[in-house]
Design a protein around this ligand. Structure first.
Ligand SMILES: [Zn+2]
Length: 432
């Protein structure tokens, strides 16, 4: 079960790795400085030059890059190469603001496929697998990255794209898909919808789930593994730096190995930007080491996690970051208290009878925030006594209050009325 795609790099000694990282960092900073006016101007303003970074420990001297820098540079302002060298362009959908636009040279696409090959191998995919990719094939990076990685290891890739769950299930059953690639919330939806659409989950050949592109908890993992009879692993990546392939879980499922020969990781205090010690939670910051079209220095991800350099039983020497449960972007403030949707999920999944679908609705009643959590229960869970329903709602409210430190109103809704998503789930509706 434990296989490593690129032993030479994935198991190199920490010492060799740090040497390689420093060499690549110098080249990458120089590349950005020489070819991207944005970096040159900003670093000059801060009176720092690439040669001032004399070791990996000097990286803090370089200013952060943020999502808003990408937006200001829209569309091509951060590219370090002319468009004639760019062979692929992806972007966010940008429904609320200017999209983030990213470009890849031929070399970048090659690296991307290599890193995704490592991640899918770590997650358990093999050449004999039939892999159904149910991410959207469009502007976003998820589908194309995982597709390239699976193809590289020699799996048979089915570009199913998202939506049309009946067709997904037909393909899954008839083509005997063994690997499912999508968001965990879509996997959950597929598992749930199968019965209604006339499919028997026992007729499927699935054995592996490679899930990513949204935060999900270990409770959801257990549920997906049970319902779909698979081993489910998490993988992570950001479009700004590359897309999927930046990190992924191995069979130990105890953190995601970062492809550190291509990305340098830091963990900083989100408020001060100062580095935090190993194992402490903070915001993940990544620096690309080999990107050609789009070198990125110290990108603030908004994702909260911690990093461990402890050796892993799988044999990989790359550091691991903890599963990302929370994005600073996802955080909601309810009556002055910080709340993450993942905390709500964690509580709900512990309560027997609650389905893994929920929605948080925020409203303002006078001067006060009101938070309503809509949940569904398994249809068989209740006899019909209304009194018990009310008791159950109070029970969930109490559990949420213990965990979140703020009172929410819980509302049981009819089964299958909480919206389902084929891509990323929308957990929070903020009407304030
Ligand atoms: Zn490992």
């Amino acid at each position: 079960m434990n296989e490593i795609w690129n032993r030479e790099y994935e198991t190199m000694s920490r010492e060799e790795l740090r040497e390689l990282q420093y060499k690549r960092l110098q080249m990458s900073l120089r590349w950005a400085y020489d070819n991207v006016p944005f970096y040159r101007e900003r670093w000059e303003r801060e009176r720092v030059k690439p040669q001032d970074v004399k070791s990996l420990d000097d990286l803090w001297k370089i200013p952060f890059t943020t999502k808003s820098d990408f937006r200001s540079a829209y569309p091509y302002g951060l590219f370090a190469v002319p468009l004639e060298r760019v062979v692929r362009i992806h972007s966010s959908t940008g429904t609320t603001s200017r999209p983030v636009v990213v470009g890849y040279t031929r070399g970048d696409l090659n690296t991307w496929a290599e890193l995704c090959a490592r991640v899918v191998t770590a997650g358990g995919a093999r050449p004999q697998d039939v892999a159904q990719v149910a991410f959207g094939y469009g502007l976003q990076t998820g589908a194309f990255g995982m597709h390239a990685g699976l193809e590289r290891i020699g799996a048979s890739v089915i570009p199913a794209s998202t939506g049309n769950t009946r067709r997904q299930l037909t393909i899954m059953r008839d083509y005997k898909s063994t690997v499912l690639v999508c968001t965990p919330s879509y996997a959950m939806y597929i598992a749930e919808a199968a019965g209604d659409l006339g499919f028997d989950l026992d007729d499927l050949s699935l054995r592996i789930g490679l899930f990513g592109a949204e935060a999900w908890t270990n409770k959801v993992r257990e549920e997906l593994e049970k319902r779909l009879d698979i081993s489910a692993s998490d993988n992570y990546g950001l479009s700004e730096l590359m897309g999927p392939g930046m990190s992924g879980e191995c069979i130990m499922k105890d953190g995601l190995h970062i492809n550190e020969d291509h990305f340098l990781v830091e963990v900083v205090d989100p408020a001060t930007g100062e580095g935090v010690p190993e194992g402490k939670e903070g915001e993940l910051v990544f620096t690309s080491l080999t990107n050609e079209a789009l070198p990125v220095a110290r990108f603030r991800t908004g994702d909260l996690s911690s990093v461990s350099y402890r050796p892993c039983a799988c044999g990989r020497t790359f550091a691991r970051h903890a599963k990302v449960y929370a994005r600073t972007d996802d955080m909601i403030v309810v009556r002055g208290t910080n709340v993450f949707p993942s905390q709500v999920e964690e509580v709900l999944m512990e309560i027997e009878g609650v389905e893994p679908h929920f929605q948080v609705i925020l409203d303002r009643k006078g001067a006060l925030d009101e938070m309503v959590v809509q949940i569904e229960v398994e249809p068989s869970f209740f006899p019909d006594a209304m009194r018990r329903l009310v008791e159950f709602e109070r029970h969930v409210e109490d559990r949420l209050q213990e965990e979140l430190g703020v009172r929410a109103r819980v509302k049981l809704v009819e089964p299958k009325t909480v919206p389902r998503h084929t891509g990323k789930a929308r957990r929070v509706i903020d009407r304030r």
